[in-house]
Every structure is written in C-alpha cells, then in structure tokens.
Design a protein around this ligand. Structure first.
Ligand code: UDX
Length: 440
C-alpha cells in the first residue's frame, strides 16, 4: 500500500486518484477549486465517465479516497505526488506550463522528506527537467521527478486505467522506478509491460502515440474522400487494409474529423516542439490541415445537395450527436460546433439532440439552436437529418417513425452509422463518408 497525492482533480486526476484507491492505496486529491472539492467530499462525481461513479463512491466510503484544497496537507503523508494539471495550448500551440511549474515550486517549498514527483499531465519534451529545477529552487531534501504519461480514452478511461496496454515510466532514478513499479504492479498482472525509459523518451511517447493515431484518422479521411470521387467504398477498403496485421483494424474509421481534448492539442504541441528544434514536421502539419477541412465536409455535402449556400436559408435540420465522440459530454474541438456555426450562418434552423452534451452546447450557442429531449423529437418537420456523433442509440432507430417525422427522407451521416444499401431499400436518400451515395 502506498500513500498517493494527486494534484488536480480534472479528468485525468480524478480517474487516476480513484483507480489508485481502488487498488488499496491511500489517496488524497488536491484542487484549488473549493466548490469542486466540497462536491467531491460530499460524494458528487464532478465529471461524466462511465464506471467511475461506483468506484469513486466505494473508495470514498471506505476512506481510501480523500480531498483537500491544501497542498501542504496532501504533502504530509504521501510517498508519491502526481501532477495532473491542465496544460492548455498557448497562442503558438505550445503547452502552457504555468500550472505545472507553479505547483512544482510550491512542492519545493513544502517538501520535508523524500518523495517521487510524477508528471501525469501531457507535457512537452524536457518538462521533467524544468519541474526538477523548479522544485530544487527551495527543496532541502531528496526527491525524484518521473514522467508517467496517461493513454486514457474518454468514455473508457476507467477500464484503460485499470487494464492498461502498457505503463510508461520515464525515470533516471532506480529508487523512484522501484516505487512506481510497486504502485503499478496490480494494474499489469495480466502480463502487459511496464516500460521504463528516460524522461524525454516517455514525454515524447505520449505525443508520438496521439499524433500517430491522429495521422491514421486523417489518412483514412483522405482515402474516404478519394473513394467518394472514384466510386469506391471505404468500408471495403478499410477491411481490405485492416486485415493486414502490420496495419491492424483499429482507428481506421473515416468521419467528420477528430476532436476532443488530446489529439488537436497534442498534434499542435508536437509541431511547435519540432519548430523549437528547427525541424519542419511536415506530415503532422498535413494531419492538422486535413482534419480542419474534414470538419467542413458535411456542410459541403449539404451545400452541394441544395445547389449552393443560398438555398440553405430557411431549411430546418435535425442534428443527432454533439459531443466529439460517443459516451462523453465533452464538446472540446467537436466537429458538431463547426457544422452548427456554418449552417446557422447560412440561415438554417437546427434542432439538436445529444444524450449528454446538450447543456454544454447550449452554453455556447444559446437560443440559436433548439434542443430536443428525445432523438426522435428532433426530426419533426426537418428537411434532413444530420448525424455527427455515432452514439449507440442512433444505430437502430424506428425507420418508419423517422420517415414519418422528417419532411424529406434525407440523411447526411458524418459517421457512417448505417448500412448504405439498406438505407436505399428503406427509402432514404443517404449521404455518408467515402461510400456510394444512395439516391432514390
Ligand atoms: C485520445 C487517445 O486515444 C488517448 O490515448 C489519449 O490519452 C487522449 O486522446 P480520446 O480523445 O478520449 O483519447 O478519444 P479517442 O477515442 O481516441 O478518439 C479521438 C477522436 O478520433 C474522436 O473525435 C473520434 O471520433 C475520432 N476517431 C477515432 C475517428 O474519427 N476515427 C477512428 O477510427 C477513431
């Protein structure tokens, strides 16, 4: 059993803290947000993440999970301190380290006995050295700094944390490595590796993983766009290439572009890191560029269908899905926002439905969009349905009811949710990404 402190109770911090408690450790989470800490202490989970609530409540009840606003209190008893702090992108795309280095400085002032300080936030290569220097400024005892990037996907973060494909530990101290290995041992019992490397390689691994995944998506989006032009079907092409074990079948789904808190930010940050070292990371610049255009693809298809933007004014669209992907309420960099803004600008009316994210979108668009409380209700009298996020509940609707409610039997699908041949049989005009269009 270890005493663990986690600084920052955002998405990563709360999942990490809860999962460390779940494996029997004593965990204290720190946040400067008093209201948030109060809620957490009172058994309220502050983020939406499937599976988290049960674990959170159990560990709180069994007194393995604690919350405070005082870093000093957390520092008193812990062996390990995780920094799970925001690193928002600055104007130039580089990650802003003010929170990470600010807390590192505080740790330096408060530290009284040996501790392992772990960077969990996604931070540029070289940050471990900066954190070490910031702590060392005031520290009067031994400490080590370790880089331990997370690879959590929103929506399955608890599972990803409890059963990771791998744990990456960037450490140049044997003492710290041993502490980290002991902490993570229960998570890798099924045989997945703990990879120990130097701090810079660990920091780079996180950016390389996310950039590679973003690259796969942008690549597949371009293949899909070309399929559209040459009359091929990207579903077939995806299967054709995904069965090659060197390529693999995951992350080959084309759509209206990637969003979320990680890919867009990390791709930008790695381009910036390359620039700082006078390296022109050409392929990554293209990944970003392709993704930006992909977010406009649905609107372009809609424009083409109606024969120009001037014909879109006054049309009413039902929109299914707002979050950047299913099983989350997160709308950061969500393609839905691009589609909404473009259609509103052309004078269209939008009635949207999303199982989790409507509140967040309402905060941005206010009354300009109408929100339906059921997916089906959004369809009433709409000229077409637009699908932007592939929530499971959209996969098998009552098509008769969809037809009755829609003014025209027309669907623009940005996530290839339906079988395009079946849609023709059902009597829909159906436009998707990289697959032959079903015209009636
Ligand atoms: C990602 C990484 O997967 C995770 O390891 C890292 O820690 C954080 O960033 P997340 O942003 O939660 O996780 O979502 P993910 O499921 O990876 O999807 C990212 C985006 O790619 C979504 O917008 C999704 O719709 C899109 N995507 C994913 C595709 O367009 N096609 C695919 O085949 C897969």
């Amino acid at each position: 059993m270890k005493h663990v402190a986690v600084v920052g109770t955002g998405y990563v911090g709360l999942v990490a803290g809860t999962c460390f408690a779940e494996t029997g450790n004593q965990v204290i989470c720190v946040d400067i947000d008093k209201a948030k800490v109060e809620k957490l202490r009172n058994n309220v989970v502050t983020i939406y993440e499937p599976g988290l609530e049960v674990l959170f409540k159990r560990n709180l009840r069994e007194k393995r999970l604690h919350f405070t606003t005082e870093l000093a209190e957390a520092m008193e008893s812990c062996d390990i301190i995780f920094l799970a702090l925001p690193t928002p992108p600055g104007e130039d795309g580089s990650a802003d380290l003010k929170y990470v280095l600010g807390v590192a400085k505080e740790i330096g002032k408060l530290i009284k006995s040996y501790k392992v300080v772990v960077n969990k936030s996604t931070v540029p290569v070289g940050t471990a050295d900066k954190v070490r220097a910031a702590i060392a400024e005031h520290a009067t005892c031994d400490f080590d700094v370790v880089s331990n990037p997370e690879f959590l996907r929103e929506g399955v973060a608890v599972d990803d944390f409890l059963k990771p494909d791998r744990v990456v530990i960037g450490s140049s101290s044997e003492r710290a490595t041993e502490v980290m290995q002991q902490l993570y041992e229960p998570f890798v019992r099924q045989g997945n590796p703990i990879l120990v490397m130097d701090e810079r390689s660990a920091e780079m691994t996180k950016y390389a993983a996310n950039s590679m995944l973003a690259l796969r998506i942008s690549f597949m989006n371009e293949i899909a766009n070309l399929c559209d032009k040459v009359g091929a079907n990207v579903d077939m092409v995806r299967r054709g290439i995904g069965t090659d074990f060197r390529i693999g079948k995951h992350f080959l789904y084309p759509g209206v572009g990637y969003g979320g808190s990680c890919f867009p930010k990390d791709v930008k940050a790695l381009i910036k890191t390359a620039q700082d070292y006078e390296y022109n990371f050409q392929i990554l610049k293209s990944v970003e560029c392709v993704n930006e255009s992909q977010k406009h693809l649905l609107v372009q298809k809609i424009e083409a269908y109606y024969g120009g933007r001037e014909h879109i004014a006054g049309k009413k669209f039902a929109m299914w899905g707002l979050s950047f992907k299913p099983n989350t309420d997160d709308i950061r960099e969500a393609p839905s926002l691009v589609v909404i803004h473009a259609l509103l600008e052309m004078g269209a009316e939008i009635v949207a439905y999303d199982p989790e994210a409507m509140g967040h979108v309402k905060q941005i668009v206010g009354d300009k969009v109408t929100f339906a409380s059921l997916a089906e209700d959004a369809l009433n009298d709409a000229d077409a349905l637009i699908i932007v996020t592939e929530w499971n509940e959209f996969r098998n609707p009552d098509f008769n009811s969809v037809k009755k409610r829609l003014k025209h039997h027309l669907i623009f699908d940005g996530r290839n949710v339906f079988d395009n041949h079946k849609m023709k049989e059902l009597g829909f005009e159906y436009y998707s990404i990289g697959r032959p269009t079903c015209q009636l």
